[in-house]
Design a protein around this ligand. Structure first.
Ligand code: AMP
Ligand code: MG
Length: 479
């Protein structure tokens, strides 16, 4: 059996300085972990052919399929606020693009596929832990209805990767609407390569924002997309962990799952990343960080926005300054639905904030509190139930003024509050098992994450927050 990809590559037609052309580095002994059959179907790929030996060779980087044009993309970025003029795909290779069943262009990329000219000190490889984490969390995100890169497949390499210990190597096949980051724009801006910026902007407009007539409109669309994305993250308690400009997708797709995690107990200052010592990318700081990243995007676009620099700065600044208002509206829409409101009143933000601040003080589980609102179990999440009850009096009064009836409100809440998220201790459990070659916990969790808004009778293992001994306090980087 031979796997055929209906490639239609566009990034590879951009100027040579956008990337380095090279093949993935072959691995010793590919082994299949998983193939995402539903996603394969959307991409016009035969899942059985992907699972065949030929498919496995392609997914491991051992065979370059017909029509592929493998390359590593160049980009730069601010990492934890510090500037790196050259990052780029140091352990990933774009093998090509396909047009999916909805007519959308999608990148197919191997991550963990060997060294590239952008690897710097790295080995270009991934160990199985971050591959399993990205697979689980990105697919969970998709099932939650949040824009994200996807996981098409995961394979082992039969090689050992040296991290804190020798660990099994793996390759993730990632699918994305593109891999263009704020850092891609920064790469060319730093080189004062206005011509490349123009080409990149045209490419992004054609690909992501066809209705945008120019660079300023593209910037505004990128800002709106990120405002919506981060509000959706906040609504499910997601913490990205490494919101560097190179990990900020220009069209508002969640990308680069490294030390990311979903919160159990709600606290706005929650951080998981082992490398985020100062809480720069804590849960509640995500909106201010993304606007900082978008200001970097705006800066790169100035020469394209207006030949008169003062005018360019004025309109770009206005666009960036529109973020808080856009974000507040998105956040309110997300959280109003979470508390079952179909209408808007001025006091709604305050009502939601009061609930959140009591959750923070009283150790309430984020997911189970919101899910419990529709079925009367939310109060059980609070060590002081009266604190919930006094809030609920105001909430019930507000619901009584809402246009929808109780059944409609409860239905809205069940559609807006997942019962199942990839709890970090379950993700860690799946990773630990996979290190010893047992993929059953990973596959079981993956399957359960595919329908997060329904609650099954035997779901207790997935809905239960970690016991003190199970709690994962730090998540290590993807490297
Ligand atoms: P990340 O923190 O995962 O977004 O990666 C930041 C930069 O480091 C990117 O340029 C990556 O390609 C590069 N990088 C991360 N891990 C490795 C690795 N194992 N080998 C080579 N480059 C890497
Ligand atoms: Mg990255």
């Amino acid at each position: 059996m031979t796997i055929q990809f209906p490639f239609d590559n566009s990034y590879a037609t951009l100027p040579e300085r956008f990337y380095a052309r090279l093949d993935p580095t072959p691995v010793a002994q590919p082994g299949l972990i998983a193939v995402n059959a539903a996603l394969a179907g959307e991409l016009g790929l035969d899942p059985e052919a992907l699972r065949s030996d030929d498919g496995l060779q392609v997914l491991a980087g051992n065979r370059v399929p017909t029509g592929a044009d493998p390359l590593a993309q160049a980009y730069a970025g601010h990492q934890f606020g510090g500037w790196s003029p050259q990052l780029g795909d140091g352990r990933a290779i774009l093998i090509g693009e396909v047009i999916d069943s909805k007519g959308i262009r999608r990148d197919i990329q191997l991550k963990g596929s060997g060294r590239t000219p952008f690897s710097r000190m790295g080995d270009g490889r991934a160990w199985i832990g971050p591959v399993i984490r990205e697979y689980l969390v990105s697919e969970a995100m998709h099932a939650l209805g949040i824009p994200t890169t996807r996981a098409l497949a995961a394979v082992t390499t039969g090689e050992v990767v040296l991290r804190e210990a020798p660990l099994p190597g793996a390759v993730l096949t990632r699918v994305a609407s593109s891999h263009i980051r704020v850092g891609t724009f920064q790469y060319f801006a730093a080189r004062q390569d206005t011509e490349a910026l123009r080409v990149l902007t045209d490419h992004v407009i054609a690909r992501h924002f066809p209705e945008a007539p120019d660079a300023l409109a593209m910037l505004k669309a990128a800002i709106a997309a990120q405002a919506r994305l981060v509000a959706q993250w906040m609504g499910v308690g997601f913490i990205h962990g490494v919101m560097n400009t190179d990990n900020t997708h220009v069209a508002g797709e969640t990308i680069d799952y490294g030390p990311c995690a979903f919160m159990d107990r709600y606290h706005p200052e929650t951080v998981f990343s082992s490398i985020d010592q100062f809480g720069r990318y804590a849960y509640a700081r995500q909106p201010e960080i993304v606007v900082w990243n978008l200001a970097q995007l705006a800066t790169t676009l100035l020469p394209l926005i207006d030949a008169d620099q003062d005018r360019a700065i004025a309109v770009a600044t206005d666009a960036v300054h529109s973020f808080p208002e856009l974000y507040s509206a998105e956040w309110l829409a997300v959280f109003r639905a979470k508390i079952g409101l179909t209408s808007a009143e001025d006091g709604d933000a305050g009502l939601i904030q009061t609930l959140l601040s009591r959750m923070a003080t009283l150790g309430a589980d984020f997911t189970n509190t919101f899910r419990g609102l529709a079925d009367g179990t939310a109060r059980d999440q609070f060590t002081d139930r009266a604190a919930f009850d006094t809030w609920a009096e105001d909430w019930h009064a507000r619901r009584a003024r809402d246009g929808a009836d109780t059944a409609q409100q409860e239905d809205l809440m069940r559609r807006s509050n997942p019962a199942i998220i990839p709890r970090n201790h379950r993700v860690e459990e799946a990773i630990q098992a996979s290190v010893s070659g047992d993929y059953a916990p990973f596959l079981k969790l993956l399957d359960r994450l595919s329908h997060p808004f329904s609650l099954d009778p035997d779901d207790a293992t997935f809905t239960r927050p970690p016991e003190p001994g199970e709690e994962v306090k730090q998540t290590f980087c993807g490297t």
